[in-house]
Design a protein around this ligand. Structure first.
Ligand SMILES: [Zn+2]
Length: 75
């Protein structure tokens, strides 16, 4: 699993690396470019995450259940 941090203030992105590497690069970028702001932005992940697939299926299952519920209620 690789992590990339994206700055919330400008278009800066760290290079792909470990979570702690990206976090350090993001904090260093904020200290350099946005010294008066608390480090923020978003984290991107790239890699095989088994929980990601299960999460997607979980959302589909919930949507399906809501659909079934809506159909059964409209009768
Ligand atoms: Zn920035």
């Amino acid at each position: 699993m690789a992590y990339r941090y994206r700055c919330g203030e400008c278009g800066f992105k760290t290079s792909w690396g470990t979570e702690s590497q990206g976090e350090r690069a993001q904090i260093a970028h904020y200290a350099d470019r946005h010294p008066d702001l608390y480090p923020g932005g978003t984290v991107e992940t790239n890699g095989k995450d088994p929980s990601g697939g299960i999460g997607c299926l979980g959302v589909l299952a919930v949507l399906f259940l809501l659909f079934v519920l809506a159909v059964s209620c409209s009768r």
